[in-house]
Design a binder for this molecule. Structure first.
Ligand code: ADP
Ligand code: MG
Length: 231
């Protein structure tokens, strides 16, 4: 069976004065559908760069990437956007909600206005908001929500189109311990319900390590399976 994600010999370098500085070095990765993956590693090790490449927001300097069976290098910009919109959902550390829109409108935001009025998508948005515990906050504006509640809206938004690949970059990094634990639990429950493969970037190994199927560490641009982790 094809993998959802397949990276072979993937590298990313950036210009640094007169030389190229490697950010990701020879990364190989194969992810199945419906799995959860933690990528941990020190600050500056390339975690966000890897996530951005996986989400088609950035391009590798060398190597190959197949996403959902598609060789990404063969796509033009429009095709990349289309694949991204159909397959990928993002959750960021800082929630990036639109302040003038309600909770429900924020979740429907990837849709254009007319699509947002279609009842099937709206029903799905309401279901997802209920899963993350916000069934009674549809009409609230983000400024009246706590950080944890705002991230729960962002999670519902990311999952609206049932992405096969959910990418989360430090999804609880801006939240205090108890709130981080709650949001982590709701994120994992929502991902499970939708059936996405989740790639979670976090340095919080104690929190995420026990609840994922696989754990990798990224150190100085090199990805390796974490030691001492079952499975
Ligand atoms: P992490 O998310 O693990 O903290 P990043 O992927 O954000 O690491 O960054 C890895 C390294 O690459 C950092 O040193 C960062 O400054 C550098 N970097 C990332 N993107 C660029 C870019 N477009 N141009 C120059 N340097 C970059
Ligand atoms: Mg980062």
């Amino acid at each position: 069976m094809t993998a959802l994600v397949r990276l072979v010999g993937l590298s990313r370098s950036v210009p640094d004065g007169y030389v190229l500085r490697p950010i990701l070095r020879d990364v190989d990765l194969r992810l199945d559908y419906r799995t959860s993956v933690l990528i941990s590693g020190p600050s500056g090790s390339g975690k966000s760069t890897l996530l951005n490449i996986l989400g088609l927001l950035d391009r590798p300097s060398a190597g190959s990437y197949w996403l959902d069976g598609v060789d990404v290098a063969a796509l033009n910009d429009d095709e990349r956007s289309e694949l991204r919109g159909g397959v990928v959902g993002f959750v960021f550390q800082h929630f990036h909600l639109l302040p003038t829109l309600s909770v429900l409108e924020n979740v429907l935001m990837p849709s254009d206005y007319t699509v947002g009025r279609q009842s099937a998508l709206r029903d799905r948005a309401e279901d997802l908001l209920a899963i993350v515990g916000l069934a009674d906050r549809f009409e609230s504006k983000p400024m009246f929500l706590s950080g944890g509640e705002q991230q729960r809206v962002a999670i519902a938004r990311a999952l609206l189109r049932e992405p096969k690949l959910l990418l989360a970059d430090e999804p609880t990094g801006a939240l205090d311990g108890a709130t981080a634990e709650e949001v982590r639990g709701l994120l994992m429950a929502a991902v499970q319900e939708v059936g996405s493969t989740a790639v979670l970037v976090s340095h919080d190994v104690a929190r995420y390590g026990p609840v994922v199927d696989r754990h990798f560490t990224l150190v100085d641009g090199r990805l390796t399976p974490a030691e001492g982790v079952p499975r």
